[in-house]
Write a protein that binds this ligand. Sequence first.
Ligand code: GLU
Length: 499
Amino acid sequence: MTAQKPVRTRIAPSPTGDPHVGTAYIALFNMCFSRAHGGKFILRIEDTDQTRSTPESEQAILDSLRWLGLDWDEGPDVGGDYGPYRQSERMHLYADYAEQLLAEGKAFKCYRTPEELTVLRDGRREAGNSTALKPSDLILPADEVARREQAGDPCVIRMMVPEEEGSCAVDDLLRGTIELDWGMVDAQILIKSDGMPTYHLANVVDDHLMDITHVLRGEEWINSAPKHKLLYEYFGWDMPVLCHLPLLRNPDKSKLSKRKNPTSIMYYERMGFLPEALLNYLGRMGWSMPDESEKFTLGDMIMNFDIQRVSLGGPIFDVEKLSWLNGMWIRENHTDEELADRLQEWAFNRKTLLSILPHARQRMETLSDFAPLASFLVSGTLPLTEDSFADLKGEREDTVKALQFALWRLEAQRHWERDAVFNDLKTIADALEVKMKDFLAPFFIAVCGSAASFSIFDAMILLGPDMTRARLRQAIDILGGVSKKGMKKLEKAYDALPD
Ligand code: GLU
């Protein structure tokens, strides 16, 4: 009998945006699984998509996961024997593996142009086939390959995949054997024309080189499993055990999305949720303690962890339930002394005061003026109603439009700085041909709770992107929201705006 390899699990986030609660959820289960088996838990940054990855996002992911109390044994910030743990620092590895597959006929160079790919896909669709492009669709005659190579045309490296027939059996720890139709599996690009590896190649190579034994990841990756399985076979490597966890869902059962629920971990921190409560709630997503208790610590979860207790029905991430649980943690686990410490740590501290005072002091005659001026900065959502917006000039529809356009613009804003936020709003005001002063009026109410606040831009910077966007979303809802049809119209108008 061969000795069991020590368990090694990993979380492999791509640093392309705000740290998502879904990432924390997957990290939690990977960490519990490895701890329960006396193994190691690794954090690897998958930043091969250089156009979308940012160092700020990576830092925010690491900070948020640490804030939650998650702890990895190896990673870009703590090092380890299998480093580097950032794929952008491992680039030299991937090309060799792709070359090996090329040499063995398990991959091929593809010089097809985007236009040709469209024609090929259309052809497949018309013939009643899936649009997954196969080697037989893509491979050009040798003389044409030579011609394009000579001309220096861009090329990618794609993996060979079976043509139409049959299915690929993938074993999953929770789902048993899953059969996936080869017909749907395309000749995946492994190396892009700029020489960068795709997720699929880098992920498989790294999981192998890092001795990962179990891959616990979201169910959205199930369809990638046949490609990964094939790559492991091509390389002659053992495949880690796969386990696809259920996706978190909005209360209406749709996939958890920021349109319907705040998804950034930083929002929950900013709202004053306790990390132990959020972690506890994430632990309840599809999993339960043997005694079904609602409230438990990370230590309790690790001690009782059994992956087979994960149920596959889509777990619902419901902020109201989370608030209820958070309230229990606040009331049952803290003395007043301890709660005072938590509050101080959270926002009632010198650092926060110093960040607010430069903006508030001009309006202060007494120290007691400070609290009303600053309360919106330490509040969660504001106690607003339709009436709060009643004095605004202009049609409600136009106000909603302005708020929605700003929200979209700010959702895409990666640099939360005064000038950038100002430019975002100014561009929209100009495009809508509204004077900046009138344009900003509803923003004061939505974000600061009243028209008599200090600069809206300073306020947005202090509040941060998550809380600002949450308040814009709240205002849109209070004003009646946008119907599905209305949303389509707005999206079209928004797309026509200048950059
Ligand atoms: N980089 C992928 C992500 O962002 C990792 C998926 C996986 O765990 O294989 O989710």
